[in-house]
Design a protein around this ligand. Structure first.
Ligand code: ATP
Ligand code: MG
Length: 295
């Protein structure tokens, strides 16, 4: 996140605090530190770069999908029942301002992406040894918890072992993060499967409510930015990487892998990649929720 230098904002009553890669963060102008306004932009990031151009409508899709998942998950979450300012109501959340924990709670039901690269090098992910001979995209015998250290602004998040997460947040919180993450993942994966979708992996962020001390689910949940989702029918009919029909950022990552050597500024995304990504994000929303997409 980068800190803003000015404290004016376009939303009355809110002062701009910081910019994440995807979200703009605001706090109440009157100094109330109990809440925060999180506004999801249409920016898309991959390999730690913010890309050009934006994906129109993406902010609303992520926000509305998070809101839907928050309702399905039986755990305290950061949403406050307050309406965000009108021009951005569909892509903003008013939330409890939490003390965020520096652990990204990643759960993997399948092995792919950076986890697969780590497995190829070491036979393990975050210290968890996996069966030999797995291919990219294989489902794991059971979901695994593979935490990452949420690096401060400008640095790369890095995979850590469970023991390292204990060193960061203490044994009790570390165990809660792992157990809650695995529980939410299992319930969400079952729900997605009913909709013909495989939840391959995802990342949760938790914080502690300073008022009550309660461990609270925060940020975005189970969106196509924070998760990998695959079409179950295609997965079952296919082999190798052809099985992986993604409803997520993988479309963009794959295009970048083919068209960029990962040095310097990434190239601009072509119009058809923008359209395809938006289309897949919309399809995911509709398939999971059974509702019309907000854009
Ligand atoms: P970074 O912040 O490192 O750029 P990011 O690109 O994932 O990461 P965004 O999603 O753009 O960030 O911004 C959301 C930010 O808000 C994250 O840093 C997240 O940890 C933080 N956040 C989410 N929910 C809360 C909350 N309830 N209280 C405080 N901070 C929160
Ligand atoms: Mg984020």
């Amino acid at each position: 996140m980068t800190s803003a230098t000015s404290n004016n904002s376009e939303y009355p009553g809110w002062r701009h605090l910081a910019s994440g890669k995807v979200r703009e963060l605001f706090v109440p102008e009157d100094g109330d530190s109990s809440k925060m306004l999180l506004v999801a932009s249409n920016r898309i990031s991959a390999f730690d770069h913010i890309l050009e151009p934006e994906i129109p409508g993406k902010g609303a899709l992520l926000t509305q999908l998070s809101n839907w998942w928050f309702k399905q998950i039986q755990l305290p979450n950061h949403l406050l029942q307050e309406n965000a300012p009108e021009p951005i109501a569909t892509r903003a959340m008013i939330v409890k301002q939490l003390k965020m924990l520096p652990v990204e709670c990643v759960v993997r039901g399948a092995i792919t992406g950076s986890g697969y690269q780590e497995y190829l090098r070491t036979g393990a992910v975050c210290g968890i040894t996996l069966p030999a001979g797995l291919s990219d995209g294989d489902l794991l015998p059971e979901p695994i918890y593979t935490p990452a250290y949420k690096a401060p602004q400008g640095e790369h998040d890095e995979n850590i072992t469970y023991e390292q997460s204990v060193a960061l947040v203490g044994p009790e919180l570390a165990a809660q993060l792992r157990d809650r993450s695995l529980e939410i993942f299992a319930a969400a994966a079952a729900r997605a499967r009913q909709a013909g979708i495989i939840l391959a992996d995802t990342k949760f962020e938790f914080g502690v409510d300073p008022a009550t001390g309660a461990l609270t689910l925060a940020d975005e949940v189970l969106t196509s930015d924070s998760s990998r989702y695959w079409d179950a029918a295609v997965y079952e009919a296919g082999t190798g990487k052809d099985r992986l029909a993604s409803f997520d950022k993988q479309i963009v990552r794959n295009w970048l892998l083919k068209n960029w050597d990962q040095t310097g500024t990434p190239p601009e995304l072509p119009a058809e990649i923008v359209t395809q990504t938006l289309e897949r994000y919309r399809e995911l929303f509709t398939k999971l929720t059974g509702e019309n997409a907000p854009v």
